[in-house]
Design a protein around this ligand. Structure first.
Ligand SMILES: *[C@@H]1O[C@H](CO)[C@@H](O)[C@H](O)[C@H]1NC(C)=O
Ligand SMILES: *[C@@H]1O[C@H](CO)[C@@H](O)[C@H](O)[C@H]1NC(C)=O
Ligand SMILES: *[C@@H]1O[C@H](CO)[C@@H](O)[C@H](O)[C@H]1NC(C)=O
Ligand SMILES: *[C@@H]1O[C@H](CO)[C@@H](O)[C@H](O)[C@H]1NC(C)=O
Ligand SMILES: *[C@H]1O[C@H](CO)[C@@H](O)[C@H](O)[C@H]1NC(C)=O
Length: 820
């Protein structure tokens, strides 16, 4: 491809990216930081044991101290009240007998599917739980004591309460010592039913009338109890028969039943009289719906708001692979669900099995509670009209989040009070690939604060549970239970990082100079979840600090010291630039000049590569920009190796000698893996920012410690001290620039070198300005730079230079060899 074509291609890409920025739905949702498994910044606590597998259900005690785990052939009680460990308190073994297993395999089932997989685990009363398992394709249920895990002597038959087949999904909830379930109720798995068991007193057990196909091959997802409504809502997907023009079109549903239901007297005896269902539509106008629900969680109303302000957050995927996203999150309000259920219903023509919206005389209100004494006529009407005509649309008529890359499988949701007392909704989303995403919902769209790898696929994970009182998340996988705190604020080591994280859980405490959890402190914290504006948030809290440490502009922000790189002429030099986060953009600068692309290669990982020539010796700055905040990540001084020539004092070497008076020799030189012979260097593999990220942590911490030593004077430091680009201005300038370029770029223009690429703030190197006389310009620059630096280097310089060396050396050694 010619470079002209490349240029226009880049331009197009840039425009598209900018347009995407303006439309939150198109934005690529990149987690700001990513923690691979085993990262010290996000430690997982795991519980596993050799006889624990297929953890299918999790249940947490109200105080968050005890976690019950339903697994294969066992129920476990884990003590999760300790900060650092998860302890096994007791264990109930509950497996089928040899005879049961034999029968199971005689029936043609795989032996691996014959154990007892626990699929229902619910608190029954204050002392007991109710548990059901598949029990060798012959489901059983039992009461167990919540403290001792001892099991009742008699077990119940589990038909209709628990699936036979461990691969079939089900849902169950106990309310008022009555069990409500959605499951298949036969061995073959083709009789789905929503039913009530263990009905109290004279109340009868109820189920769906199965003659009419009230459910069409459903996959049950969840069931939720809404106390003030006295209703249970079931969430599932099924074949949408009303769309009979599409074969096997899956739709997601919400259905309801009233707890007061006792069935009809003649019509609908022992059947629900209050069952109604409606379509949940997670769709953006321009695309096919995300039609298959994967998980749903309930967000209770905020304090002081209406009880109907309950929100349901669901994950949806699409049956077809044509949408722009692989999965989406939609939220639905209880108010909307209620209004759809109180509206009109479709009518099923029994002969043709076609649904229509034909208006019938309304003899009853389907979905209404308290129909037990209604006339047969009314009950017959209810029996035939149970599919709401309208669909439940997402809150705000838009998708909450769309992920292009990830298939989310589980979610939980929490409302978090930020430092400014504002409430934010935080979603915890599990991807199929084993990553947990923490997303905060903002006015302008969703923002993924972090990504933590919690298991290695493939793991058919079954459970994600949030403990709000303890601030913990639990993930049940095939191999055990993983616990992870909802936040680790101390990972953010500067005010800037703390604010840029936009984590509503975390704020910068200027007094302790630490990023701390908002919930545990009363003092004013630096935080800006909405905007991530470092300047405002850090200045507002750093007043006390400033008075203590003198008039430095931004005390909470660290500046790296210069690092010496000794090279021989014609070496290929590679300077690394660690990324501050996955959302930051790195760019290289030489003081008072731009980097010509003829001499410099910008590598994918943000590092800079060039051949050491007299012209390329000198100082280099690596800057990182994120959300309009700019910071210097590294400063290098590339210098020719000690030789008679190099020792000739020039203004800049002199200045550097003063910075590193004693350590310029072997130590600095031997720890320079960035300098290699040409053939080797070019084969260096690009690395991902994830790795850099981790090592940067260590590295930046060191800087933080040294920060106080750089108070004044050094021009390098003043060059690095944070400059703030007004984000809005930059984006609009770029947009205007791009649009006007797009319009005016013609073939004629394309043939020319595209000069405007070097718009300020974009970091693209100029291609023409330095080309003619690099050497001259270089020496000019160095002189200029050197004279500025001369005699103003703080005494702490040399120590920090060495710290840089040490840590960077480690990382560079590791990076090419450990592809992520
Ligand atoms: C939080 O991050 C800090 C700094 O990276 C680390 O030392 C600490 O172990 C982390 N804590 C947890 C619970 O992950
Ligand atoms: C149980 O776990 C094993 C190992 O991960 C897996 O292969 C199997 O499919 C699981 N069984 C069920 C019923 O989920
Ligand atoms: C809870 O239910 C179990 C099983 O029915 C029963 O044995 C126990 O007495 C009940 N406990 C209370 C406190 O009612
Ligand atoms: C239904 O009617 C019967 C007698 O007609 C009455 O005893 C019962 O209380 C009524 N049930 C309800 C829930 O109103
Ligand atoms: C980061 O550096 C440490 C040594 O400081 C090294 O052990 C580790 O493997 C590096 N991590 C990566 C991801 O390269």
């Amino acid at each position: 491809m010619s470079s002209e074509l490349m240029d226009s291609f880049c331009l197009l890409r840039l425009t598209v990216t900018l347009l995407a920025l303006l439309n939150p739905c198109l934005t690529r949702l990149t987690p700001r930081v990513s923690f691979p498994m085993g990262s010290p910044g996000r430690r997982l606590t795991c519980f596993s044991s050799h006889d624990l597998s297929n953890t299918t259900t999790l249940l947490l005690s109200a105080d968050g101290e005890k976690l019950y785990v339903g697994a294969r052939d066992a129920v476990l009680l884990l003590d999760v009240g300790h900060k650092d460990t998860v302890l096994l308190r007791s264990k109930l073994d509950w497996s089928p007998s040899e005879k049961d297993l034999e029968e199971c395999s005689m029936k043609g089932k795989k032996m691996a599917d014959c154990p007892n997989f626990i699929r229902v685990l619910q608190f029954f009363n204050s002392t007991h739980m109710y548990v059901c398992g598949t029990f060798a394709f012959s489901p059983r249920c039992a009461y167990i004591n919540s403290e001792t895990l001892t099991m009742s002597l008699n077990t119940d038959e589990g038909r209709g309460r628990c699936p036979y087949d461990p691969y079939q999904r089900n849902t169950a909830i106990i309310v008022g010592e009555e069990l409500y379930t959605g499951t298949v109720a036969d061995y073959r798995g083709n009789r789905p039913v929503i039913s009530r068991h263990l009905s109290e007193g004279s109340r009868v057990d109820l189920k769906l009338d199965d003659t009419l196909g009230w459910l069409e091959d459903p996959t049950f997802i969840s069931s939720k109890f809404i106390p003030h409504e006295e209703k249970i809502y079931f969430f599932f997907s099924e074949v949408g028969r009303e769309y009979n023009f599409v074969d096997k079109f899956i739709v997601s549903r919400v259905s309801q039943i009233c707890m007061s239901d006792v069935g009809g007297q003649r019509t609908l005896q022992r059947r629900w009289t209050t069952f109604a269902k409606a379509q949940l539509l997670c769709q953006d106008g321009s695309e096919l719906p995300y039609n298959v629900i994967q998980d749903i969680d309930l967000l209770p109303p905020a304090e002081g708001t209406s009880v109907d302000d309950i929100l349901f957050y669901g994950i949806f995927t699409s049956q077809w692979a044509v949408n722009s996203g692989r999965s989406a999150v939609c939220s639905f309000t209880l108010t909307e669900i209620k209004s759809i259920f109180s509206g009109n219903y479709k009518v099923l023509n029994r002969d043709t099995l076609q649904w229509s919206a034909r208006v019938q005389e309304k003899v009853a209100n389907p979905g209404e509670c308290g129909l037990h004494n209604a006339s047969d006529n009314a009950l017959r009407f209810v029996k035939e009209n149970f599919l709401a005509e309208d669909s439940v649309r997402p809150a705000g008529r838009r998708l909450t989040l769309v992920s292009r890359e990830h298939i989310y499988s589980h979610l939980t949701v929490q409302r978090v009070q930020a430092a400014n007392k504002k409430l934010y909704t935080v979603l915890f989303l599990l991807t199929e690939s084993g990553h947990l995403h923490k997303a905060v919902l903002l006015q302008q769209g969703s923002y993924i604060i972090e990504e933590v790898q919690v298991f290695k696929p493939p793991q058919p994970i079954r459970s994600l549970m949030l403990s709000i009182p303890k601030g913990m998340l639990y993930v049940g996988t095939s191999e055990g239970v993983v616990r992870i705190p909802t936040a680790n604020c101390s990972y953010y080591w500067t005010c800037a990082q703390c604010v840029l994280s936009r984590d509503p859980f975390c704020g910068w405490d200027a007094a302790s100079r630490a990023c701390v959890e908002v919930s545990v402190t009363q003092t004013a914290l630096g935080q800006d979840t909405d905007g991530g504006n470092v300047e405002e948030a850090c200045n507002s809290v750093s007043v006390t600090h400033r008075t203590k440490f003198g008039p430095s502009k931004m005390p909470a922000i660290s500046c790296p010291a210069g690092e010496l790189v000794s090279v021989s002429l014609n070496d290929v030099v590679r300077l690394h630039c660690p990324a501050a986060s996955q959302l930051s953009h790195q760019l290289w600068e030489r003081p008072n000049s731009r980097l010509s692309s003829d001499l410099y290669l910008h590598l994918q990982d943000g590092s800079l590569s060039f051949v050491a020539t007299p012209a390329t010796l000198g100082h280099y700055l690596c800057l990182s920009t994120e959300n309009g905040y700019r910071q210097t990540m590294a400063i290098y001084h590339v210098k020719q190796k000690s030789s008679p020539v190099a020792q000739t004092p020039t203004s800049y070497t002199r200045s550097h000698t003063r910075a590193q008076p004693t350590r310029e020799g072997p130590k600095a030189t031997e720890s320079r893996p960035a300098v290699t012979k040409p053939s080797l260097a070019i084969r260096n593999t690009p690395v991902t920012t994830r790795q850099l990220d981790r090592n940067l942590t260590l590295w930046m911490k060191e800087y933080e410690n040294l920060e106080t030593k750089f108070r004044d004077g050094n021009p390098l430091l003043s060059a690095c001290c944070p400059s703030y680009l007004k984000e809005l201005v930059v984006v609009s300038v770029l947009l205007v620039l791009c649009l006007s370029l797009l319009i005016t770029v013609t073939l004629y223009v394309l043939r020319q070198r595209w000069r405007r690429q070097t718009a300020p703030g974009m970091g693209t190197p100029s291609r023409s300005s330095d080309r003619r006389t690099p050497e001259e310009q270089e020496s000019l620059r160095e002189n200029e730079f050197g004279s500025k630096a001369n005699g103003q280097v703080p005494s702490g310089g040399h120590a920090s230079g060495l710290v840089c060396n040490g840590n960077l050396t480690d990382s560079t050694q590791n990076l090419p060899n450990t592809p992520f």
